[in-house]
Design a protein around this ligand. Structure first.
Ligand code: AMP
Ligand code: ZN
Ligand code: FE
Ligand code: FE
Length: 310
């Protein structure tokens, strides 16, 4: 193949064939694979690059990079931040509805400011668990804090998926997905809100930490009508948002097309990724969606220009 390559092409063949998955979770948040398991599976999935993007911390990155280097896998430093926007409630315009938005930060330096912001978010994650358990008990499904902590034993950031796992372990529900669909979904009967920064604040925090902010699965789960193209445009203009995760299993073809067009119009990086959670999410196998190598190159170039930390 190499000898038939267009001589005018300056792009190394290696790069254009790279398989790049920029959104992957480990058991240090709500994935189910330990870092060594994750690296092994990423190599088995013939990936060349992954970004480790656990929720609200970067605790696993060094180990993943160390093991990745040994296995010939590039691991990009990442984090997935919990953020929110307040949107008007359509039926009662005087009310504001809080809507979660996930923000990926790539190449962030662990500055004191970012570290402290992430610590606040993780503390709020912990704080919400007892209130969640009270709601579940009222629904006839008592669980102890210990049961949830057992499910999160390996995690640096605890979350609803661990509560879901405890519900499964007790036999209240058959799976994580059912636990979310019945009880834990945003605004659901066992849902408890928690502190998160606004999306604008989080974008600023990633930029200040020399990283590159990219919106995660922004039009998934009915968010498209609330997180509008106008709002995304404002984030680009006022906060220097750098990219959008376009290819994600929670975006249908039409949504991907619309997001790709929006990203092009705004000059944003377009990424694709699996949002792998091990056996915690069955629709998201490693490499389920990939990032175009040219877009990845752009991302890495910006990290370097900003003095970020790959
Ligand atoms: P938390 O971080 O505790 O707010 O929980 C968010 C995590 O739960 C993310 O990993 C989501 O992918 C997952 N999640 C959120 N909503 C759902 C849902 N409806 N079904 C399955 N998983 C969900
Ligand atoms: Zn997750
Ligand atoms: Fe997410
Ligand atoms: Fe994720």
């Amino acid at each position: 193949m190499g000898s038939h390559a267009n001589a005018a092409s300056t792009k190394p063949a290696k790069l254009e064939h790279m398989r790049i998955d920029l959104h992957v979770h480990s058991a240090l948040s709500d994935g189910t694979d330990t870092i060594p398991e994750l690296i092994k599976k990423a190599v088995e999935a013939h990936l060349d690059v992954i970004a480790l993007t656990d929720h609200d911390h970067m605790a696993g990155v060094e180990e993943a990079q160390h093991l990745g280097t040994q296995a010939g896998l590039k691991v990009l430093r990442g984090v997935e931040m919990s953020t929110h926007i307040d949107v008007p409630e359509p039926l009662v315009p005087t009310f504001r509805l809080r809507r979660p938005v996930h923000l990926l930060g790539y190449g962030c330096r662990p500055t004191p400011e970012l570290t402290s912001l992430l610590a606040d978010v993780r503390a709020a994650r912990e704080d919400r668990i007892p209130a969640t358990l009270e709601k579940l008990a009222a629904l006839g499904m008592p669980l102890t804090l210990e049961e949830v902590e057992e499910q999160a034993a390996r995690a640096t950031s605890i979350g609803r998926p661990h509560v879901a796992d405890a519900l499964v372990a007790r036999g209240y529900v058959p799976s994580r997905d059912v636990a979310f669909a019945r009880y834990l979904y945003d605004g659901g009967p066992a849902y408890v809100s928690r502190y998160t920064p606004t999306t604008g604040e989080a974008i600023d925090a990633v930029n200040a930490a020399h990283g590159v902010p990219v919106l995660a699965h922004v039009w998934a789960r009915g968010n498209a009508t609330l997180v509008t193209a106008d709002i995304i445009t404002e984030w680009v203009r006022d906060h220097n948002l750098a990219g959008i995760e376009v290819d994600h299993v929670d975006h249908d073809e039409e949504t991907r097309h619309a997001l790709a067009e929006l990203a092009k119009r705004l000059g944003l990086i377009r990424t694709g990724s699996s949002d792998y959670h091990g056996s915690g999410k069955t629709r998201n196998p490693l490499g389920a969606c990939l990032t175009d190598p040219e877009q990845y190159e752009r991302l890495v170039r910006i990290i370097h220009e900003r003095g970020g930390q790959e």
